[in-house]
Each structure stands twice: as structure tokens, then as C-alpha cells.
Ligand binder design. Structure first.
Ligand code: ADP
Length: 420
């Protein structure tokens, strides 16, 4: 029996097929440029146990809607020659990633007509993300009517954030009318790495004060206490908080009205500048990719150096905030593209915090990345690939790298809600 995980972007659809018992990934793929010219579907069949026999395929095909991408992936999975499934009935559950659950959903749910109606109602809160997910859910229910469909929300994990941390000091009438509040995102990632950290350290999560740093192209930090999210850096939208690849993160909100007055920007133009042209890209003038910015810095580009410093400083400030919010910290986890792969950024973000019990072990920080710090050598028993500790032996605050796995979390929820 298998679980299909679907992650719909506005013009893409990423998918994974997992064995429902072992949770091993059997196949994965991505349909891109949906609804545009040049759409394609690339996938790997058999990427689980028999990795050496995996079949990689990339097919250029017109995909006008997400519905067609679902048809394409189901056809690939049931292909008589090389497909993995003899029948679609082998898919017992589908886990759908949904970015925004508003304040309706504090956990994953089985999708029924009522849930779909609520999702339609919430769509204006995430106009770029939710409509694609909702149309995917509708299409998947049509093509896989026998399966249990589960929606897993990026916001759900953060519904435990207390009002003092999730409300903004704006007029109450505006909150009442639009539900303008902090929702937070990356919830499945923060949930996964925090529970994995507790597992690796062999301490119940409820006994740890933990800060989870998801540092990818989009980035957010989350404070976790008593096993629940108590604050997070993304807010009403994913634009808030940390400096990111192309997003500004927190800036003085008056900059928006200043730009509207002086540059004549429309709301869409402000959105474009702050979401697509800012962050590392805007500050460095080089790239949204930290690797490019670090290379440019090596070549003496001063703007790139400044952008790198701003990026690390932005992370450090949130560590301080959340230590204050929780009255200390026991574990800090970093994950996603930057967190998992950049020893330079890990060092820069955490240096100078020694008096708070936070220190980076230079050897583990670099060797862990190469895989040689794997497991016991890096002070973590039972660590899997990419998981290591980069704080020194005996350090009060444990610093961990844990590769995120949002799809596994979604599959897990789909499995636990499975209606047989
Ligand atoms: P997304 O948020 O799109 O899922 P990822 O988590 O894959 O992003 O992170 C992508 C980012 O990770 C890249 O833009 C790049 O800045 C960063 N990254 C990946 N590998 C490295 C590396 N070796 N050194 C520094 N940064 C890296």
C-alpha cells in the first residue's frame, strides 16, 4: 500500500510516492511550467531501496492545468512497462501540502466537501499558493476517489502561538475584518526537525527549549517550548522575519508607503520588489543564491560581503529574541539548503554567543558537512545521512544539522488519518 504526497506551487507540482508501511520513497517527480509554454514532467521511478535501478525520465508535454499533471504522474506510476503500480487502488492515501490553513486548522485533516469550502474561503490569504493546492485536491479526489485525501498545512503547527505573540498592534476592527495576525509557515519542516532532534538527543521534546532555523530560499525560525510552537518569524505572509533569498523579511512598514509616494509603486509593484527583488539578491546585487554571494565575496565584492553579514545578523537577532521569549534555549537546529550546506553561514550566525552557552565546533561544522562527522564522530548516536552536531563536546546548547523532510511529515499524517 502506498501514499502519494502532492506539493502544488502556482505553476509546478512536486510529488512523492511512499510505501505506507516503511515510509520509504518509491518514486518522486516534478511537473513544471504548468499552464505555460514548455511544460514538462521529470520523475524517478524506484528511488527507494533499489536506487541503482532507478529509472529517470523527463518528458516535455503540454500541461495546461494541475489536473493534467496529476493524470501524467498517475500514468507514469501505472505504466505497463516500467510503472510501479498495477492499479491506482494501490494508492490508499494522498497527502496534500496546503500552505495556508488560516486559523481554522491546527492539524492535518481528512478532506471532505466542508474542508474544501473552508479552503476556498481562506484562498485570499495565500493567493499565490492555496488556489493551486485546492485545484490539485479536487483533481486528485476525482482521479483517486477510493483514497483518503489529507490536507497538511504549513500554518497548522503555529496555531499554538499565544495571542500576545501572534497578534499585531493594529486596530481591532482590521483584525476582526481580515483576520490579520501572525500565521507562520514551514510548520511541517519545524515539526519534523524538532521531533527528530528530540529523538536523536533521547530527550522528550516537551523537556527541551528548541529553536528551529529553516534556512532555504524562503527562511523562517521557530521557537518551540513544551513541544509546541510559541513564536515564529514569518507572519501574516511568508514575507516577514528573516532576510531571505529574494524576500526582504522584516523592514520598517513605513518604507512601503514611502515607496508608494516617491516611486509611485502600485500594491503589485511593492509586492514584487519586496518578495522578488530584495533579500540576498537585492542587498548583494549578485544573486539570491548564497553560494554565488559567497563566491562574489571571495572575489572582493563588497556588496556581497555586506549582504552575507546582514543575512547572518538577521538569523542571530532571532536567536536572541527567542532565547528571551523562552527564557533560554537547549537546542538549536538548522535545516534546508543554507542550514544543511553552509558551514560559513552556520559559523557566522552563531559566533559571539559563547556567553549564552552557544558555540560552534570548527571541526564538526566542516567535517559534518562532508559526511565524515556522521553519527558518533559528531557526537550524535543513531544519526542518519546529513544529521550531525556542530557544537563542541559538553556544550550547554546543542547545535544540530537535520535535513528537513516535509513530505515524510505529510505522509505520516496521511497514514495516521487513513480511513480504511
Ligand atoms: P527552497 O526554499 O527553495 O526549498 P532550499 O532549501 O533548497 O530552498 O535552499 C536553497 C538555497 O540553499 C540556495 O538558494 C542556496 O542559497 C542555499 N545553498 C544550497 N547549497 C549551499 C551551499 N553549499 N552553500 C551555501 N548555500 C547553499
Amino acid at each position: 500500500m502506498n501514499i502519494l504526497v502532492l506539493n502544488a506551487g502556482s505553476s509546478s507540482l512536486k510529488w512523492q510516492l511512499l510505501d505506507s508501511r516503511t515510509e520509504v520513497v518509491l518514486a518522486r517527480g516534478i511537473a513544471e511550467r504548468i499552464g505555460e509554454d514548455g511544460s514538462s514532467h521529470s520523475y524517478t521511478l524506484g528511488s527507494g531501496a533499489g536506487a541503482e535501478k532507478a529509472k529517470k525520465r523527463s518528458v516535455a508535454q503540454p500541461l495546461a492545468r494541475h489536473d493534467e499533471a496529476i493524470v501524467a504522474l498517475l500514468a507514469a506510476l501505472t505504466d505497463p512497462q516500467e510503472g510501479l503500480l498495477s492499479s491506482l487502488a494501490d494508492i490508499v492515501a494522498v497527502g496534500h501540502r496546503v500552505v495556508h490553513g488560516g486559523d481554522y486548522f491546527s492539524a492535518s485533516v481528512v478532506v471532505d466537501d466542508e474542508v474544501l469550502a473552508t479552503l476556498d474561503e481562506i484562498s485570499p490569504l495565500a493567493p499565490l499558493h492555496n488556489p493551486a493546492a485546492v485545484s490539485c485536491i479536487r483533481a486528485a479526489r476525482k482521479h483517486l476517489p477510493h483514497a483518503t485525501h489529507v490536507a497538511a498545512f504549513d500554518t497548522a503547527f503555529h496555531q499554538t502561538i499565544p495571542a500576545a505573540a501572534h497578534r499585531y498592534p493594529i486596530p481591532l476592527a482590521l483584525y476582526d475584518k481580515y483576520k490579520i495576525r501572525r500565521y507562520g509557515f514551514h510548520g511541517n519542516s519545524h515539526r519534523y526537525v524538532s521531533s527528530r532532534a528530540a529523538e536523536l538527543l533521547r530527550v522528550p521534546l516537551r523537556d527541551l527549549k528548541l529553536i528551529s532555523c529553516h534556512l532555504g530560499n524562503g527562511s523562517s525560525i521557530c521557537a518551540i517550548k513544551d513541544a509546541v510552537s510559541v513564536d515564529t518569524s514569518m507572519g501574516f505572509t511568508p514575507l516577514d522575519g528573516l532576510m531571505m533569498g529574494t524576500r526582504s523579511g522584516s523592514i520598517d512598514p513605513a518604507i512601503v508607503t514611502f515607496l508608494q509616494r516617491h516611486e509611485g509603486y502600485t500594491p503589485d509593484e511593492v509586492d514584487e520588489v519586496l518578495n522578488k527583488q530584495s533579500g540576498l539578491l537585492g542587498a548583494s546585487g549578485v544573486s539570491n543564491d548564497l553560494r554565488d554571494v559567497l563566491n562574489a565575496q571571495e572575489e572582493g565584492n563588497e556588496q556581497a560581503r555586506l549582504a552575507r553579514e546582514m543575512y547572518a545578523y538577521s538569523i542571530k537577532k532571532f536567536i536572541g529574541q527567542y532565547m528571551a521569549a523562552m527564557g533560554g534555549v537547549d537546542v538549536i537546529v538548522v535545516t534546508a539548503g543554507v542550514g544543511e550546506n553552509s558551514p560559513i553561514m552556520r559559523r557566522a550566525a552563531f559566533e559571539g554567543l559563547e556567553r549564552f552557552g552557544i558555540a560552534v565546533d570548527p571541526w564538526r561544522n566542516i567535517e559534518g558537512d562532508k559526511g565524515s562527522g556522521h553519527g558518533e564522530a559528531a557526537g550524535l548516536h543513531g544519526a542518519g545521512p546529513g544529521e550531525f552536531k556542530f557544537s563542541p563536546q559538553g556544550s550547554r546548547v546543542k547545535l544540530l544539522v537535520i535535513p528537513t523532510n516535509e513530505e515524510l511529515m505529510i505522509a505520516h499524517d496521511a497514514k495516521s488519518l487513513l480511513v480504511m
